[in-house]
Write a protein that binds this ligand. Structure first.
Ligand code: PMP
Length: 411
């Protein structure tokens, strides 16, 4: 192993993840699928169980101390998220189920009431299905038009083409910060500034950026930013929609129910203010507590350090992968986060995945919920290895050994 190339000793983080002591098909688990979902450190699980054991009650409505305590933890978590992504106000942070729900909320609550047939939304070829289908639903509901930014052969956003897609009918740009397939980090700040020059708001899908790099929504100057807790070492079922306050204030609620109202009569309902207006029903309180613990956890490592750690692993992995005869990396542009997709001549990605699985290695093989991108590269699927805080060069070495085995078995 060559730990000398790592800036910080990241092995200390590895110890926080009990699952890494488990086996996969009888072999020590090598987890290279953090882009699908990250493993959970003890600190996050402890925060959730402590909450359930010691502070649990429903929030906002309770008139007793336990409920006040739960409410305080919930609202403090909102503040932690605000600081984490450098939002201007805690009210700009809406707790949702995940990236998917955040995008659907914006499509239905921002787009649907104000757009008409012929209005246009700009997306890109490298979007995850969750940043395509909510807009497609609006296409069916309203007759809006989806315009698509092409991706270059290297896997970069074609910015020249992007600039040409604007028209007087453009109503929204919705693009990913980092691609879950290519790893490409897109120039979202520049893209937002181009959109704003056309008075068009911008939604950024941050699902694959937030776990890997520092994010500052005010610096990007995006109008909406969404991400999921489970990719950030937090619980499933919790995520964040950030929206500029003036925009959120002007949007109608997405769902109706308890907790999002001020007064209810059959003749007239008045709604709570942002962000409660968007948090109908009993929320995932424990998920929110767990997400705050996950944020504390990654901040203890430092987002810039996590980014550098993954860059070192990328630099370690890429030349070794390319030395495998017939292997092609899909997405070679820089900068990219710790996500590597590849295909191998004459071996289907699913067969590679099966060999790796038997060697204890967890990767993804498939279209990664990005079918238009697969079509763009004329491939049915890729194998995707993705890095997290707990990975090291040993994991890459194990991956390489298993790929050479796959080559011997199938090649
Ligand atoms: N966008 C991107 C770029 C993703 O990678 C994912 C998850 N694979 C999503 C959106 C959807 O996230 P979730 O399933 O947590 O809502």
């Amino acid at each position: 192993m060559n730990m000398k190339t790592l800036t910080t000793d990241f092995t200390v983080f590895r110890r926080d993840f009990p699952v890494l002591q488990e086996t996969n098909r009888g072999r020590p688990v090598i987890y290279l699928d953090s882009a699908a979902s990250a493993q959970k450190p003890r600190q996050v699980v402890d925060a959730v169980s402590n909450f359930y054991f010691h502070d649990y009650a429903n929030i906002h409505r309770g008139i007793y101390e336990l409920s006040e305590r739960a409410t305080r933890l919930y609202e403090q978590a909102r503040d932690r998220v605000k600081n984490f992504i450098h939002a201007a106000h805690a009210e700009e942070i809406v707790f949702v189920r995940g990236t998917t729900e955040g995008i659907n909320l914006v499509a239905q609550s921002f787009g649907r009431p104000r757009w008409q047939a012929g209005d246009e939304v700009i997306l890109s070829t490298m979007e995850h299905h969750s940043n395509i289908v909510p807009w497609y639903l609006l296409k069916e509901q309203l007759g809006i038009v989806l315009k698509v930014i092409p991706v270059t052969d290297e896997g970069a956003m074609d910015i020249e083409a992007y600039e040409k897609l604007f028209s007087p009918r453009t109503r929204m740009v919705a693009v990913t910060h980092a691609s879950n397939v290519l790893g490409t980090v897109n120039p979202v700040k520049e893209m937002a500034s181009i959109a704003h020059a056309h008075q068009v708001p911008v939604l950024i899908d941050g699902a694959q950026a937030v776990p890997h790099m520092p994010v500052d929504v005010q610096d990007i100057d995006c109008d909406f930013y969404v991400f999921s807790g489970h990719k950030l070492y937090g619980p499933t079922g919790i995520g964040i929609l950030y929206g500029k306050k003036a925009l959120l204030d002007a949007m109608p609620p997405y769902q109706g129910g308890g907790d999002m109202i001020e007064t209810v009569a059959f003749s007239k309902v008045t709604f709570a203010k942002t962000p409660q207006k968007f948090e109908a029903g009993t929320p995932d309180i424990a998920g929110v507590i767990g997400l705050a613990a996950a944020i504390d956890y990654v901040q203890s490592a430092g987002m810039q350090q996590i980014y550098s750690h993954e860059q070192i692993l990328l630099q370690y992995a890429e030349p070794r992968l390319l030395a495998v005869p017939g292997l092609r990396i899909i997405g070679t542009t820089k900068p990219k986060v710790g996500v590597i997709s590849f295909v191998m001549q004459d071996i289907h990605p699913h067969d590679i995945g099966t060999v790796l699985d038997h060697e204890g290695i967890a990767v993804r093989a498939g279209h990664h919920c990005a079918m238009p991108l697969m079509e763009r590269f004329r491939i049915p699927a890729t194998v995707r290895a993705s890095f997290g805080i707990y990975n090291d060069e040993n994991d890459v070495d194990a991956l390489m050994a298993a790929l050479h085995l796959a080559k011997r078995l199938f090649g």
